[in-house]
Design a protein around this ligand. Structure first.
Ligand code: ADP
Ligand code: MG
Length: 305
């Protein structure tokens, strides 16, 4: 039961399972997306990300388990649930005959909003499609088509946005403008669930992430906490001259002028230097390489082998 002080989750996925024949694509996945949060669903190809999204948007029925969008069960009240969610599919969809503006009007009408010019004009400007609004969709570049798909997902001002690999095959400039847009949407209070292969981007943009592997959730948590708990920091000490062989449990490599250590993220460099009892005047430089989400992701997948 929801307590009076806990806002209803933007998305709640509870013990969700999806079988395609004998293939168990999703094997009992549970997570929530909080209101106003950017949540990253990460995992290698075939992990089950798109299957979960397909169930959220009622494109596919769940085998068992349930999904709620702002407290609305998607299987029992699919029409109401659909008014609350916008979805940008992984595959680009082509609507050859229609213009950009016609498509947005059409989708808006589908959502019961026939007088939605302000919102459509806003999105055309915001997605840099204004000058292309009278072009047929088939005339658009790949990047423009993707921007149109984002516009389609947002015409009805949903409070939850699902982005399935929004930056796959998208050039750097568009990727950056897309992430900026995601940040703006977040500021407006939109909750976002995204899947992406670009872990560096996920690390920058996601408040929390979950790692899915073979249909099971392996880890979930605040992005920075996950990185810190699962990665080590690499410390390289560069010396002014050749030094004696060092002994330390975290030492991974030493040559004449350099020693490399792999420290648990919680360990400070002061502690290391103290342990080594080095004359600090011998140090020429200290290089610190912090672990990142990609390292954490790799570590989680390694553990599954
Ligand atoms: N419509 C479908 N019919 C049969 N199998 C499917 C279908 N969609 C996905 N799968 C299978 O389900 C598994 C998960 O796929 P998917 O959800 O697309 O993963 P991801 O999005 O993480 O790459 C894969 O083994 C895939 O082949
Ligand atoms: Mg997918």
């Amino acid at each position: 039961m929801q307590s009076a002080f806990q806002p209803v989750a933007a998305l709640r996925v509870n013990d969700l399972k999806k079988d395609y024949g004998k293939n168990q694509a999703v094997k009992g996945v549970t997570f929530s997306v909080k209101p106003g949060e950017v949540f990253g669903l990460l995992g290698p190809n075939g992990a089950g990300k798109t299957s979960i999204i397909s169930i959220i948007v009622t494109l596919e029925p769940a085998t068992s388990g349930c999904v709620e969008i702002f407290g609305v069960d998607v299987a029992q009240q699919s029409r109401l649930a659909k008014t609350k969610v916008g979805w940008v599919p992984q595959e680009i969809i082509n609507h050859g005959y229609f213009t950009v503006e016609e498509i947005l009007k059409f989708i808006s009408g589908f959502h019961g909003r026939r007088k939605n010019k302000d919102r459509i004009d806003y999105l055309l400007h915001r997605l840099s499609l204004w000058n292309h609004r009278n072009k047929k969709v088939k005339e658009l570049s790949g990047g423009m088509k993707r921007r149109l798909m984002i516009g389609k997902a947002l015409v009805h001002e949903p409070k939850l946005l699902l982005l399935d690999e929004p930056t796959a095959g998208v050039d750097l400039e568009l990727r950056l403008s897309l992430w900026k847009f995601v940040e703006d949407l977040k500021k407006e209070g939109v909750s976002i669930l995204l899947t992406t292969h670009y872990l560096e981007e996920a690390e920058n943009i996601c408040d929390r992430v979950a790692v899915l592997h073979h249909g099971e959730l392996k880890k979930i948590g605040p992005t920075q906490e996950l990185v810190q708990s699962l990665t080590s920091r690499m410390i390289r000490l560069h010396f002014k001259r050749e030094i004696r062989p060092l002994k330390h449990p975290y030492l991974t490599l030493q040559n004449q002028m350099m020693a490399e250590f792999s420290l648990p993220s919680a360990t400070g460099i002061g502690e290391l230097l103290n342990d080594l009892q080095l004359d600090l005047r011998m140090l020429n430089d200290i290089q610190i390489i912090e672990g990142n989400l990609e390292d954490a992701f790799r570590f989680i997948l390694e553990q599954q082998k």
